[in-house]
Design a protein. Structure first.
Length: 268
């Protein structure tokens, strides 16, 4: 799922003979190097996992009454499906992060995690009723279709990412609470869904150029001429700083918003 996903076409180009290549940055601002533990940390995409699981929490908090056990199960299911299964499939699809994790380990994590997420959803049906079933099926479908770029990658687009991992979690989080539906809640869920979709689109607008700079660009150099006559050099890091900085702050802001609203509901 992760917004940092890429196919083999994103592989970094080989250096030309006689051209010194600048040291390559990490695959993402949160990437780690140095062993299997670092590889798994990078594959998990911790900031993005927390970000998108938070959407499911925010959706649940729109319900008039909260079943906290169901909310916990929903958050755990999205962590398993998005944080583990989707990201493992991402890495299988072209090795965009360049980890050394064996294919069989990635497949095992993807299958076991997704099966566990589906099992959690199945248990929750006892509370929600059958209304949750199509969402469970659709969620499992999206994990495979988006991350493995099935159907010619038709779902693997900016909007596909935003709808699948921004809007969809909000709706599922809400539906899992088996809420009483009225005009006000429908409007609230619609607004939250559009908001999370827009945030996810913003994430793509930032991460796509950041991913290109990190994985496909060998070097950047130039000079910025200011209106006061001063000049300043810039390089790849100069271009990455605002992109990574905005992504980092957004990845903090959305989970913090979810935590704030959880505390507010608990205190009410």
């Amino acid at each position: 799922m992760a917004d940092e996903t890429a196919t083999a076409k994103d592989a970094r180009p080989q250096a030309e003979p006689g051209v010194e290549r600048a040291e390559a940055p990490g695959a993402a601002f949160y990437a780690r190097r140095g062993g299997r533990g670092a590889d798994w940390w990078t594959v998990l995409h911790p900031p993005y996992t927390a970000w998108h699981v938070s959407y499911a929490v925010l959706g649940a908090l729109l319900a008039p009454h909260i079943n906290w056990l169901v909310l916990g199960a929903t958050a755990l299911a999205f962590f398993l499906a998005v944080g583990l299964a989707a990201h493992a499939l991402d890495e299988l699809n072209g090795r965009p992060l360049g980890t050394s994790i064996p294919d069989r380990a990635l497949w095992a994590v993807a299958i076991v995690s997704l099966a566990s997420a589906v099992a959690l959803g199945a248990v929750t049906i006892a509370y929600t009723g059958p209304v949750l079933i199509p969402f469970i099926v659709l969620g499992a479908f999206l994990v495979f279709a988006y991350n493995l770029e099935l159907f010619g990658g038709r779902l693997h687009t900016d909007f596909g990412f935003a709808a699948a991992w921004g809007g969809f979690p909000v709706i599922v989080g809400f539906v899992a609470q088996a809420p009483t539906v009225n005009a006000a809640t429908i409007l609230a869920v619609a607004a939250a869904t559009l908001g999370s979709t827009a945030l996810s689109l913003a994430q793509r607008r930032l991460s796509t150029p950041a991913r290109t700079l990190r994985r496909r660009v060998r070097d950047v150099s130039g000079v910025v001429a200011f209106t006061d006559g001063t000049r300043s050099k810039f390089d790849r890091d100069t271009l990455l700083v605002p992109l990574d900085g905005a992504l980092r702050m957004l990845s903090y802001a959305v989970p913090l918003l979810a935590v704030t609203l959880v505390i507010a509901r608990l205190a009410a």
